[in-house]
Design a protein around this ligand. Structure first.
Ligand SMILES: Cc1cc2nc3c(=O)[nH]c(=O)nc-3n(C[C@H](O)[C@H](O)[C@H](O)COP(=O)(O)OP(=O)(O)OC[C@H]3O[C@@H](n4cnc5c(N)ncnc54)[C@H](O)[C@@H]3O)c2cc1C
Length: 430
């Protein structure tokens, strides 16, 4: 059994931020910065050479959110800061013994989004502060605006460059699926046992560790349609690009942003699209109206207000069966209907795979997080100063799975400093 002090599950932006900090890239505050609160300013000045050494309970106890302590320095203004105005800097110190196990490479789920996917927010909102995306653009000769949305063809290479620039690659094992996490028994001098499956060879490896970063992201357990026949060859369970789906008539099943993306791209590729979703039209129209700052939702408004004949929307509907030869049965508010299509794209999202933690019992404490855009998931409740699980000592949800982070990279990224800081203080390194 291999032992590591820290095992990080998941190579998305959540896991990568913790990895970079444990690799020794420790934040410091420098220059002319100002926190809105005088007492926070005083604490920041006292600890500016090593803010990780500050026990964030000191902030929490005074009514300040520790994650904001770092986020305010990373994003002090709305726009991306010019590189020479950053007051959040990094000092390279010794690494601690960490290992990352991840199915996808650096960038997490961005490796699998549709081929033309853009972000919902500006590029700099997606960055790890350890390696600003503006610097990546400059160093790779990309003429891009870090205040503009970013294409996944820039974003995935950005996360790969983070891993390279920050020296993380030797400790990242990709194609490794964690299949089980359990408490170590008394014979093992560690807290956790982690089992993983090498997806290419089928080999399993067992690790032990003292700290576990749980960063498997919001799609580690993909939702399944209960309708029979979902395994037929004309049904695809994820959307990539119009050219990947043959035929003229495509049925899109979903209702979230990913299904919206698929339905629109297929429509604009000239297909006849039927788009079925469980929600009612009011919810969909609200999302479209509230998202008019995004080009693809402007396009949705255009499609709906035009005389187009190639986008049929079935609200309040459920697919009940996929029959042979593209025949699909759907229950609608007006009664059952049968459609014949060439292809079906199912985009119904996923959830964090909390079953990996089943060995810790069924009583984990969750926080039901919702955003205004129909996105919802259960997050693990954590100590807001350290992001350590309140139920499992030594386990730290990172990224989307931790309560109190918001549902975006800008919202959760600086949680990595709370996590790494707590581990480093606990190990006696800070
Ligand atoms: C289409 C789409 C668009 C989005 N747009 C935005 C946006 O514009 N801005 C924004 O901030 N967020 C956006 N998001 C949210 C997205 O979740 C975050 O950007 C971010 O990727 C979440 O980071 P993460 O590290 O929590 O998880 P992920 O990026 O999901 O990374 C976790 C990784 O863990 C790995 N993993 C999962 N299970 C296991 C296992 N059992 N064993 C080993 N490894 C495992 C997988 O490789 C997975 O990729 C979007 C999401 C989607 C799906």
């Amino acid at each position: 059994m291999q032992h590591h002090s820290v095992i990080i599950t998941g190579g998305g932006p959540g896991g990568l931020g913790v990895a970079a900090t444990l690799e020794g890239w420790h934040p410091r505050f420098e220059g002319n910065y100002q926190f809105p609160s005088d007492e926070v300013q005083t604490l920041a000045r006292q600890h500016q050479e090593s803010p990780l050494a500050l026990d964030p309970h000191e902030l929490l106890g005074r009514g300040h959110r520790p994650i904001e302590f770092f986020r305010m320095r990373h994003h002090p203004i709305q726009d991306a800061l010019p590189l020479d105005e950053w007051t959040l800097k990094f000092t390279k110190r010794d690494r601690v013994d960490w290992l990352m196990l991840s199915t996808d490479g650096p960038g997490g789920l961005w490796n699998k989004v549709p081929r033309e996917q853009m972000t919902l927010g500006p590029a700099h909102w997606m960055e790890l502060s350890h390696y600003p995306i503006r610097r990546f653009y400059e160093e790779t000769g990309r003429k891009r605006d870090s205040n503009a949305l970013v294409h996944r063809n820039d974003l995935v290479p950005y996360y790969q460059a983070c891993a390279e620039e920050l020296g993380l690659n030797p400790y990242i094992r990709t194609g490794m699926k964690v299949t089980n996490i359990r408490p170590a028994d008394a014979k093992v001098n560690a807290r956790f046992i982690v089992e993983s499956l090498d997806e290419s060879t089928g080999d399993t490896t067992t690790y032990s560790c003292d700290y576990l970063i749980f960063g498997v992201g919001p799609r580690s357990a993909l939702r399944k349609l209960s309708a029979p026949g979902a395994d037929r060859d004309y049904v695809s369970l994820a959307y990539t690009h119009p050219t990947d789906y043959p035929g003229e008539r495509v049925l899109v099943v979903g209702g979230g942003r990913s299904a919206d993306w698929a339905a629109q791209e297929l429509h604009d590729d000239g297909r006849v699209v039927v788009y079925t979703m469980r929600q009612q039209p009011e919810a969909h129209l609200k999302l479209i109206n509230d998202s008019q700052h995004l080009p693809y939702y402007q396009r949705w408004a255009e499609i709906l207000s035009s005389d187009q004949e190639r986008m049929g929307l079935l609200y309040g509907s459920n697919v009940t069966a996929f029959e042979p030869d593209g025949v699909v049965a759907i229950r609608t508010a007006d009664g059952p209907i049968i459609l014949q299509v060439d292809h079906v794209v199912v985009e119904i999202g996923g959830d964090p795979d909390y079953e990996l933690l089943n060995a810790f019992g069924n009583d984990l404490t969750f926080h039901a997080k919702r955003d205004n855009f129909r996105f919802q998931l259960n997050q693990l409740v954590v100590d807001q100063a350290t992001f350590e699980s309140v139920d499992i000592s030594g386990l730290y949800p990172s990224g989307y799975t931790a309560q109190g982070t918001g549902l975006s990279v800008i919202g959760f990224h600086t949680g990595c400093f709370l996590i790494a800081g707590d581990i480093l203080r606990d190990m006696g390194i800070l």
